[in-house]
Design a protein around this ligand. Structure first.
Ligand SMILES: Cc1ncc(COP(=O)(O)O)c(C=O)c1O
Length: 442
């Protein structure tokens, strides 16, 4: 009997995942038990130091956020069961829009179900075939997907290459609206763009700027206001600012665009992910309002985040590792030549009590490897130094530095990464009997 389409599809999915482009390294959900924080209970019920969430400001598990969410539920209920233009917007949604607009120094703001929805709903609403978008080649998947839904002509320029951007802009004189589309902090490379230069270029070519601040809000700038504050740019020079409530602003989810009032009014009428999707639930709104208050009151978080990031970067560099990106960035991608090592370090660090995640395709380009360490304002010096020591220990107990020096591609058949991590861990444990400062922290 001929196979049914459904059976063939199931077979196809299975084949792709097991032997296709993922090269045997499939991404999995890393389950945690209990709340998000600088330590978490991992799926094996081990309490580990957490270096992989985007909880930059440390507010995700803060009791005040939980309290704000609970209090809001008492007054405003749980869900809205409606899209914003039906009856899904409450007084607190409007209040949050105001707070966001004031935070960014814009006239107004509009809320979306997530940062992803924000990017999906924006380009299609604002631009059409008469317009041109100029996109950094490393822009986030949500930006790329958002631009795909839009009929504007797309020009992709090399990552952070403003000369290439200018070349592209020169070719696009005939378009009605030109918009440079970029992130403030690029989360895979941890670079911060030179926004002053982008503003200069935008003015020269009569272009606008769309700035995705998902990783910059609550992380950089003296008062955590992101790239605009960090670069000393006038918010009026940035036409559209978008960000998420799902990272430094408490991490509960939600996204937004902040802009001038006419632009926001226009988005309310035209942006499909705003119009046709359910509103953010009340506890998220209440807690996000509280998060903005705390970020205003506790600006030590931004200084501490910067100090912590530098402490980790300096410690790692001293030990011979290479870290991508800007020293001011709390995202610290550790470079490996080979996926083998990123898995080795992920497994080995976990055994030593440090929760990190190796990045693999499709999150980063195929045949590249790195572990992205995310530093938060609530990590202690001991946690950071402990992680640096653990990296060093695992590198010293493998051929990591030799392979880096000789540019060796490590074949998995030599020895499995998990087996090697176990060997290093066993060695650590046997040394622990003689008293190791690192194992004392486990
Ligand atoms: C640059 C950028 N934009 C948008 C998003 C999507 O945000 P959200 O998680 O709120 O959907 C992310 C998420 O990682 C991001 O890194």
């Amino acid at each position: 009997m001929e196979k049914k389409a459904q059976d063939e599809f199931v077979e196809y999915c299975d084949f792709i995942v097991k032997s296709g482009p993922f090269d045997g390294y499939q991404a999995v959900e890393h389950i945690i038990h209990g709340k998000q924080g600088s330590t978490v209970v991992a799926d094996n019920m081990q309490t580990v130091h957490n270096f992989c969430s985007n909880n930059y400001s440390g507010l995700a598990g803060d009791p005040r956020m939980v309290e704000a969410a609970a209090e809001t539920m008492k007054t405003h209920g749980y869900g809205l069961s409606s899209a914003p233009l039906m009856c899904g917007y409450q007084d607190i949604h409007k209040k949050l829009e105001r707070v966001i607009a004031d935070f960014h120094g814009t006239e107004d703001a509009i809320l979306y179900p997530s940062g992803y929805h924000t990017n999906l709903g924006l380009f299609q609403a604002c631009f059409n075939e008469n317009d041109a978008l100029f996109s950094d080649q490393e822009n986030h998947a949500s930006i790329i997907d958002g631009m795909r839904l839009c009929k504007a002509k797309k020009f992709v320029y090399k990552h952070l290459d403003t000369k290439h951007l200018e070349e592209q802009l020169k070719k696009a004189d005939e378009y009605r609206f030109k918009c440079i589309v970029t992130e403030g902090i690029f989360s895979m490379e941890a670079d911060i763009l030179d926004l002053q230069e982008y503003v200069r270029i935008a003015k020269k070519y009569n272009a606008m700027i769309y700035l995705d601040e998902c990783h910059s809000v609550g992380t950089i700038g003296k008062t955590g206001r992101g790239c605009i504050e960090y670069s000393g740019v006038d918010p009026k020079d940035i036409t559209l600012i978008s960000s998420t409530l799902g990272k430094a602003v408490g991490g509960g989810g939600g996204g937004y665009t902040a802009a001038s009032k006419p632009i926001v009014d226009f988005l309310r009428q035209t942006s499909r992910t705003f119009i046709f999707s359910n509103s953010l639930s009340s506890p998220i709104i209440g807690a996000s309002l509280r998060a903005f208050e705390i970020l205003e009151e506790e600006q030590w978080r931004f200084t501490k985040l910067k100090e912590n990031s530098l402490r980790f970067r300096n410690g790692m560099r001293k030990n011979g590792f290479y870290i991508y990106g800007s020293d001011d960035c709390p995202i610290c991608p550790v470079f490996f030549r080979d996926v083998y090592y990123s898995k080795y370090f992920e497994v080995g660090l976990m055994k030593l009590g440090y929760y990190t995640i190796a990045l693999a395709y499709p999150v980063i380009p195929m045949n590249t490897a790195r572990t992205r360490i995310i530093i938060t304002a609530i990590h202690t010096n001991e946690q950071i130094d402990g992680l640096v020591d653990a990296f060093k220990f695992l590198a010293d107990n493998s051929t990591f530095f030799e392979d880096m020096k000789n540019n060796t591609k490590v074949m998995e058949s030599q020895i499995g990464y998990a087996e090697m991590a176990q060997k290093s861990y066993d060695l650590k444990m046997s040394k622990a009997a003689i008293a190791s400062p690192l194992s004392a922290k486990l």
